[in-house]
Write a protein that binds this ligand. Structure first.
Ligand code: XIL
Length: 660
């Protein structure tokens, strides 16, 4: 215990008290890059799964804590009065990245000093071995931390031996500096999904030289936290999921927040109709060792989704990113036959385990890239393509279809939303050729990652909605379903009202396009909130991409979407009171007062006015298709951008003035 006080109280409740915004992702880049300029480099990204949560299964299981009310700290020396024992430290010291560190009990804290920087955050570790963890048990983790300068660290529980599976891993942005400052309290409760008598508790403190100090470390079994009730904050009182006959709204769920934040889970279950696992089905996590599948995390998510009536998207089967080292760096390169066998076994391993349970699978992800030298689009150079050949895509689809004939199989990619975009046109031709050949490709996943630049420019990051409508239409002509699978709109820092207005309009316009297209069936936002966002670690200059904020409060973009839905009758998708034309997402009058509106039982109500500008401006009486029958899109215009954004800005500013 150091002299500085901490603010005590650990408490349950699951929600993290850390100051870190993002929910602990790895720094790996993975698609979703800017539409122009930056196509992602396929290589480059570390495949190390350091950032991926793993956790385990059984959802509600709720272990019983050791003894009610009795603290059973698994950390024998967490106060560091005189010694650092039994904690050890490790520096990943290589020629390319020389690193070293010292560890000592200093002023009643455990202080690790990096004397040279590393490459990855896990290059420098402070650890405790031999922690016995029980499946289905909730654990409370708390500690205080200071550093000599602001930095982000990670902490985890996990397997201590290769392939170093992280059961639970979170990021912490340290703001308590210098090391003599009042320490910052980090406090989590999470559900552990695996029995392990020899787990490790670790702090990953690299990669920057400097000092980080810990104190008062607690890791203890506790009872299951309560599940918060959720009431939608939508002015219509209808959560997104009530409109699933028009568009099924989904979100991506990542394992760390799923295991540690009951409020997050209540919002997802209360608001959405479907989920996609953000990471747990990726090959490095689900087949970490060749032939050994670890379904634990995904099983937990699937069980929870079933309990809550949510549909599940399988994502992804064949992808070049987040792959295990045994696949990408084998001792001897795999032959084409060997790799095809691996691909088939991976598809079988996942699809047979979940056969009949997932209506949709992203079979092949991000397989198209541009040749940087020639500017010509083609198959991305990956281990799959380069070893098996051009036909790996159709082989994957055919095999997946055999594994689960009832499932809809999708090709999923980014920057393919707009007709006329070179990549989008290439992918359309590819999908059409596969379709014409009888390959069982039922849908196309438009990832939908967009953005506004830090300087406020939008030319690269805001799509032309008409081009998206046109693209959906040509897929409709083929009878191919379109799903918006990973939508988000990241904002270049710093945040301001103008950027927020552009974001609100983007989300509403995208939703309007999907509502209007007879073949656009799903709209998934890639992550619930700015708390569990993948954006800041992947695109450090950007943040604020999601519909809920870091406190899990709904943002204006949530209201922009829910107010658009409110113009429709959730039962049959008809416009309420409208007559002709579009529901008018571009008018974007629907942002709400929303400050402080939580929708969460027990917290304050909305203070703002609804902002709805009356009934829909227009609208045909036909409804969105349901059950496979379709209607003609109502509208095909998205209106002039600038006018709409300025109008919305006016609404925001006047609201602010009223608040003043
Ligand atoms: C992202 C996850 O959200 C991150 O947590 C992870 O670090 C990288 O991958 N395209 C995809 C998704 O198909 O699987 C990616 O998800 C985002 C880009």
């Amino acid at each position: 215990m150091s002299g500085a006080s901490n603010n005590g109280g650990t408490g349950l409740g699951g929600a993290a008290n850390v100051g870190a915004g993002a929910g602990g992702q790895s720094g790996m880049s993975a698609g979703g890059m800017p539409a122009s300029g930056g196509e992602p480099s396929s290589g480059g990204a570390p495949t190390g799964a350091a950032g991926m949560a793993n956790g385990g299964a059984g959802t509600s299981g709720g272990g019983t804590a050791g003894a009610a009310g009795m603290s059973t700290n698994l950390v024998t020396n967490g106060t560091f009065e005189t010694t650092s024992s039994p904690w050890w430290s490790y520096a990943n010291n290589t020629t390319d990245y020389p690193a070293d560190q010292t560890l000592a009990a200093t002023n009643g804290q455990l202080c690790a000093t990096m004397t040279a920087g590393g490459q990855n955050v896990w290059d420098e570790i402070v650890g405790l071995s031999g922690v016995a963890l029980t499946k289905g048990q909730y654990y409370h983790i708390s500690f205080t931390v200071t550093a000599d300068a602001p930095r982000t660290i990670k902490f985890k529980t996990g397997l201590g031996v290769a392939p170093y599976t992280d059961y639970f891993l979170e990021s912490v942005a340290i703001t308590a500096t210098p090391t003599t400052a009042t320490p910052q309290l980090v406090d989590y409760t999470y559900l552990n999904l695996r029995d392990d008598p020899m787990a490790q508790f670790q702090f990953q403190i690299g990669k920057t030289a400097g000092t980080v100090c810990f104190d008062d470390i607690v890791l203890e079994p506790v009872p299951a936290p309560a599940t918060p009730a959720y009431t939608t904050p939508a002015h219509s009182h209808h959560p997104f999921k009530d409109y699933k006959g028009m568009v099924k709204m989904g979100t991506a769920v990542d394992t760390p927040i799923f295991l540690s934040n009951p409020l997050h889970n209540s919002i997802v279950a209360g608001e959405f109709a479907m989920i996609t696992p953000a990471n747990s089905m990726k090959m490095n996590l689900i087949q970490p060792t060749q032939g050994v599948f670890d379904y634990t995390d995904t099983d937990a998510l699937v069980a929870w989704a079933k309990q809550n009536g949510l549909e599940f998207r399988g994502h992804p089967l064949v992808w070049h990113t987040q792959t295990p080292a045994w696949l990408t760096a084998p001792d001897t390169p795999f032959t084409a036959d060997q790799l095809l066998d691996i691909m088939y076994k991976h598809i079988d391993g996942l699809m047979s385990h979940y056969v009949g349970q997932f209506p949709y699978w992203d079979v092949v992800n991000e397989a198209v890239d541009v040749n940087k030298d020639t500017g010509v689009w083609g198959y991305r150079s990956t281990v799959w393509h380069d070893t098996i050949g051009d036909d790996f895509i159709e082989l994957a689809f055919n095999h997946a279809h055999a594994a689960d004939p009832a499932a809809e199989l999708l090709y999923n990619d980014y920057n393919i939303e707009q007709k006329g975009n070179a990549k989008a046109d290439y992918v359309f031709d590819m999908v059409k050729a596969l379709h014409d050949k009888g390959v069982p490709i039922g849908g196309i996943g438009f990832q939908g990652h967009y953005f506004i630049e830090p300087d406020g420019t939008t030319s690269n990051g805001v799509p032309d909605m008409q081009a998206i409508r046109d693209n959906m239409a040509r897929y409709n002509d083929l009878g191919i379903d379109v799903q918006i699978t990973e939508c988000d709109f990241r904002i270049g820092k710093p945040l301001d009202d103008m950027k927020t207005a552009v974001q609100n309009k983007f989300y509403a316009d995208m939703l309007q396009v999907c509502i209007d297209a007879p073949n656009c069936s799903h709209f998934t936002v890639w992550g619930l909130s700015d708390l569990d966002s993948w954006v800041p670690s992947t695109f450090p200059e950007y943040d604020f991409a999601h519909l809920f904020d870091t406190h899990l409060m709904p943002k204006d973009d949530y209201f922009a979407m829910s107010d658009l839905f409110a113009k429709y009758n959730p039962d049959d998708g008809t416009l309420i009171g409208g007559t002709t034309g579009t529901a008018g997402a571009t008018g974007m009058a629907g942002t709400s007062g929303m400050m402080g509106s939580s929708g969460m039982t027990g917290s304050s109500g909305m203070t703002g006015s609804s902002g709805m500008t009356g009934s829909p401006s227009s609208g045909a009486s036909e409804s969105k298709k349901s059950g496979g029958c379709s209607v003609t899109p109502r509208s095909n215009g998205s209106g002039p951008w600038l006018v709409s954004v300025l109008a919305l800005l006016g609404v925001l500013l006047s609201r602010r003035r009223r608040a003043d």
